[in-house]
Design a protein around this ligand. Structure first.
Ligand code: TMP
Length: 213
């Protein structure tokens, strides 16, 4: 049985980790085999890349180098975690995937989109999520929500985040079947229920609970 790849996307502070956790809990309660993972940092190598990418003090990394680091993380993650879990029939809930690179390095960092799509294709081997939940919020709300000190990317200004947000919205318009747009300003439970309904509509879950596959 082939598994399912569900990804969560949005700007920092959009609430995607909260929603991913809620979904993972709900799926496990229904008896599903679930792998909860994220990019960057879903493998041992990825954790080191994540540290380099986000937490080295005073490091200036240009968008091209960022994209290459993220592609390395993604290639390792797909081969070691995502593809094997899919082959075993698991539901994978992944926080961020290839769309993040288009939004952050493409729209935010202003790199050519066709080059980034090619890099993503190389890293993923052509694998695409079955469904992606995009939590859309205004950058000012996202800034307010962040409780901890900013990492290297979060230290960028709101202008950067407006570009990233527009990038995500453009991706959603280009892929309306795959990418589901959700209002990240709504209460957590309301968004969670919308996610469960969408998965039921796609027969990934049955409306009564349990797998619809
Ligand atoms: P997060 O795991 O807390 O969302 O942080 C990951 C950060 O890395 C976030 O600021 C988005 C950024 N990022 C990119 O810029 N490009 C990428 O391809 C990915 C996966 C993440």
């Amino acid at each position: 049985m082939k598994g399912v790849l569900i990804t969560f996307e949005g700007i920092d502070g959009c609430g995607k980790s909260t929603q991913a956790e809620r979904l993972v809990e709900a799926l496990r309660r229904r008896g599903e085999t679930v792998v909860h993972t994220r990019e960057p940092g879903g493998t041992e190598l990825g954790q080191r890349i994540r540290h380099l990418f986000l937490h080295l003090q005073g490091l200036d990394i240009d968008p091209t180098t960022e994209a290459l680091l993220m592609a390395a993380d993604r290639a390792d993650h797909v081969r070691r975690v995502i593809a094997p879990a899919l082959a075993q029939g698991a539901i994978i809930v992944c926080e961020r995937f290839a769309d993040s690179m288009i939004a952050y390095q493409g729209y935010g960092g202003e790199l050519p989109l066709d080059a980034l799509h090619a890099l993503n294709a190389l890293a993923t081997g052509g694998l695409e999520p079955d469904v992606t939940f995009l939590l859309d919020v205004d950058p000012s709300l996202a800034f307010e929500r962040r409780g901890r000190p900013a990492d290297r990317i979060e230290g960028k200004d709101q202008g950067f985040y407006h570009k990233v947000r527009q990038g995500y919205l453009a991706l959603q318009k280009q892929n309306p079947q795959r990418i589901i747009l959700l209002d990240g300003a709504l209460p957590i439970e309301v968004v969670h229920q919308e996610i469960l309904s969408e998965l039921a509509r796609r027969e990934i879950l049955s409306a009564q609970g349990g797998s619809g596959r």
